[in-house]
Design a protein. Structure first.
Length: 229
């Protein structure tokens, strides 16, 4: 049986309360966190009971809301366990970058200026963790490849063409492979960016024969010339 929106947010609340601040599930359903930040379940674009779409709204109640959208999928046999996997991966990557944006202490993510090794030209970048799912040590191979190669540095020219916000952009990187199947996806502000996805697929990352996937998330925060950077 599929996990409903309220149950999904209850799992998200449990995870975020362990990480930072107080998160309370309200009617809607909507998860309310520190200040005016909220989390809601986004529109399902897959139909899979193992899939999770989440929208983090940084300034709920404002006329022009700033939303960090992302999705995650678990691989466990039961939807409940799979959604728990999806929440764990989302919290360690996407949510971690948002919490680091709010706290600015280096506890949840790393900061890079555009000129830093591993940075993104013209932007202050916050990186989250790199998570993986799969068989044996195969996810570790993909995770380590992302850590070592920082694919956003290679893809920066293509990614820059897809950035559609002047102040804050969220970018997800996802890799998966098994036997002859392989896939790579880059999402900018919740939407697939095909040129970057195809370029990521073409890079020389490990292709394990047993299923493995890995993902990470970066926030690109206002151009470097701004006073905050």
């Amino acid at each position: 049986m599929a996990v409903d929106a309220e149950a999904k947010l209850a799992l998200v609340a449990e995870r975020l309360n362990q990480m930072h601040g107080k998160w309370t599930l309200d009617h809607g359903p909507v998860l309310r966190g520190p200040g005016v930040i909220t989390v809601t379940v986004g529109e399902d674009h897959t139909g899979s009971p193992n899939h999770l779409d989440l929208d983090i709204v940084l300034n709920s109640g404002e006329p022009d809301v700033i939303t960090i959208s992302d999705c995650s999928t678990g691989i466990a046999g039961s939807p409940d366990h799979a959604i728990r996997q999806a929440v764990a991966m989302w919290s360690e990557t996407t949510a971690a970058t948002v919490l680091e944006l709010l706290t600015q202490r280096g506890q949840f993510g790393d900061h890079y200026r555009g000129a830093d090794h591993g940075g993104f030209p013209g932007w202050h970048m916050i990186t989250g963790g790199v998570t993986g799912l799969g068989h044996r040590d195969n996810p570790t191979l993909l995770q380590q490849w992302i850590v070592d190669n920082m694919p956003w540095t290679t893809l920066a020219p293509l990614l820059s063409e897809g950035l559609d916000r002047a102040q804050l952009n969220g970018v997800k990187f996802f890799l998966a492979a098994v036997d002859e199947f392989e896939t790579a996806e880059v999402r900018i502000n919740g939407r697939v960016h095909e040129p970057s996805s195809q370029a990521l697929l073409a890079l020389d990352w490990p292709r394990p024969t047993e299923f493995a996937s890995a993902r990470t998330f970066i926030l690109l925060v206002h151009p470097e010339q701004s006073a905050a950077d």
